[in-house]
Design a protein. Structure first.
Length: 272
């Protein structure tokens, strides 16, 4: 088992949920401090989330932060399609050189800021991009003809020297998402749900991966409130949400492009 942390790339790490604190703005210094603190405390990695919001871009931050860390692996969230696939492959090859292979990719399939398209289109686009990236890492040429991309290039510029085949983390509960995960992901990320729901997801995605002759691992992305006693933890959780109203909660979720996904819907139902 690996345990990773979460870096505050979007001005959200505040004393009260929904109340922004200018003293905790997601500057480079603040985000680097979180990353270095997680490293000192022995965490394997740190997720760098992406959102059209104030704060830091995860890929640019990962590159800039590398000289200031030694062991921790940035888990770089990348919204598939925002960057043209071959340009993205060059950026990842650069990150590979700078970090000596110390990074992980979290492929995101949410809408582009200001855009709404079907799940079929989002995940179809993601699958094509991951196919192109993997061809660039593993083959001598990229030869791909699809609905969204047609790429026929020498793969040398896309090669990663240290991390020959970067790990791909991927999440999504819809049928389209599970199919992409089974075909391309190394780690399938889940949100906290009831135990039987998570077990069903693990069994289903494992069976889908087996169709492609693959075995993938599973991860759980969860917010934890840790205190010496359960009472202290519960009291703190009440304080954390004490200034949050439902309208602001909806506003926060709407700032993130996955706010209308099937996975978010399932989380909302569980919260009820």
């Amino acid at each position: 088992m690996e345990v990773s942390w979460f870096d505050d790339m979007s001005d959200g790490d505040t004393e009260y949920l929904g109340i922004r604190d200018p003293s905790r703005a997601s500057t480079f210094e603040h985000c680097l401090d979180i990353l270095q603190s997680a490293e000192r405390n022995g965490f394997n990695g740190a997720l760098l989330p992406t959102a059209y919001d104030t704060g830091m871009d995860p890929l640019a931050f990962a590159l800039a932060a590398q000289p200031y860390t030694k062991t921790i692996k940035p888990i770089v969230a990348l919204r598939m399609g925002e960057i043209y696939p071959t340009t993205l492959s060059r950026q990842l090859a650069t990150l590979d050189k700078v970090s000596q292979g110390r990074f992980i990719i979290n492929a995101i399939s949410s809408d582009f800021p200001g855009q709404k398209v079907s799940a079929q289109e989002r995940y179809g686009r993601t699958g094509e991009i991951l196919d192109i990236l993997i061809q660039g890492w593993e083959k001598e040429e990229i030869n791909f003809s699809g609905k969204y991309y047609n790429v026929h290039l020498d793969s040398a510029p896309a090669k990663c020297i240290y991390n020959n085949r970067p790990l791909i983390y991927f999440g999504g509960i819809s049928p389209e998402a599970k199919e992409i995960a089974a075909k391309y992901a190394d780690v399938y990320l889940m949100w906290p749900e009831k135990m039987d729901m998570m077990l069903q997801t693990i069994e289903e995605v494992s069976a889908l991966a087996a169709k492609y002759g693959r075995v993938i691992d599973f991860g759980l992305r969860i917010h934890m409130i840790v205190r010496p006693t359960e009472k202290e933890a519960r009291d703190y959780s009440k304080k954390l949400i004490s200034k949050l109203d439902e309208n602001e909660a909806l506003n926060i979720r709407s700032r993130h492009q996955d706010g209308v996904s099937y996975g978010v819907y399932r989380q909302d139902e569980l919260r009820k």
